[in-house]
Write a protein that binds this ligand. Structure first.
Ligand code: NAP
Length: 276
């Protein structure tokens, strides 16, 4: 039975809390998911898919207007979502994201860490200390600390699942995106290092490595016909991916269908092969 409940909760300007109820059925029914950087692109598609599969989802990104728009859209699809601003590089924001999720939905079962930055293009040997710091602070350290912030709540549920969004660049570094690529390789190592410790609490951690997916983040590689043609040469399926090509994989990984998978990574690349 589809029904809709709107509950504006916010007292601070940076929080938007509106909820809509979902069907309560689906393979993720009864689960609560947090997805970072989920107002656009791959993160938005993941939030939508987890919601469609029955989870209650906390959407987040840095800008209130983006959070408002994403929540409004997902609510209009009768999905059970709430939203809050969170810059993953800010410890206070990470804490607020997790606390508000628990307050709103009563716990957390699933974390999808999706946010990343890439402030520099160029030869890796030209990378400044500041650029290394920014890339590792957001792409790697914030991911770790967000996991750490979330784990006590997942533990309370008796089991749960984390998915980190890395990249095919973590396997085969992209030209002129060396530091970004190294940060994405680090996420593979991070999941391998965390998996055994988390397994003791029945918590799984896996990684999704998208190839080229059609979002703002990657538009330099597909926006012009010339760029697209060159890009497609390296993709056996002869198309660039859509965010929805990633979201079903994430939903699978956080579901019981993947209950015996942890410390694993899945490449979603249209057939581009890659190995470390
Ligand atoms: P996108 O379409 O550009 O979306 C970026 C999202 O991240 C927006 O919702 C943005 O909203 C939010 N965001 C940006 N910085 C943030 C921060 N510091 N804290 C919280 N939210 C932030 O990007 P995308 O292509 O979907 O990328 C998502 C992930 O997939 C990234 O980890 C990326 O490395 C990975 N990936 C992408 C591709 C690809 O081809 N697109 C390939 C491999 C891997 P606000 O502006 O409101 O913050």
């Amino acid at each position: 039975m589809w029904s809709r409940v709107f509950r504006p909760v916010s007292v601070t300007p940076c929080i938007l809390m509106r909820m809509a109820s979902s069907t309560g059925s689906g393979k993720l029914a009864g689960k609560v998911a947090v997805v970072t950087a989920s107002t656009e692109g791959i993160g938005f598609a993941i939030a939508r898919r987890l919601g469609q599969d029955g989870a209650k989802v906390m959407v987040s990104s840095r800008k209130q207007a983006n959070v408002d728009a994403a929540v409004k859209q997902l609510q209009s699809e009768n999905l059970s979502v709430a939203g809050i601003t969170c810059h993953v590089g800010k410890a206070q924001d990470r804490a607020k994201l997790i606390q508000e999720t628990v307050k709103t939905f009563g716990g957390i079962d699933i974390l999808v860490s999706n946010a990343a930055v890439n402030p520099v293009f160029g030869p890796i040997m030209d990378t400044s200390p500041e650029s290394w710091d920014k890339i590792f602070d957001i792409n790697v350290k914030a991911t770790f600390f967000l996991c750490k912030e979330t784990l006590p709540y997942i533990k309370e549920r008796g089991k749960g699942s984390i998915v980190l969004i890395s990249s095919v660049a973590g396997y085969v570094p992209f030209n002129l995106l060396g530091p970004y690529s190294v940060s994405k390789t680090s996420l593979l190592g991070l999941s391998k290092a965390m998996a055994p410790e988390l397994a003791a609490d029945n918590i799984r951690i896996n990684v999704v490595c998208p190839g080229l997916i059609k979002t703002k983040f990657s538009q330099a590689l597909w926006k012009s016909d010339a760029a697209l043609e060159k890009t497609l040469e390296g993709i056996p399926l002869r198309r660039i991916g859509e965010p929805e090509d990633c979201s079903g994989i994430v939903s699978f990984l956080v579901s019981d269908d993947a209950s015996y998978m942890t410390g694993e990574s899945v490449l979603v690349t249209g057939g581009r092969s890659a190995r470390l």
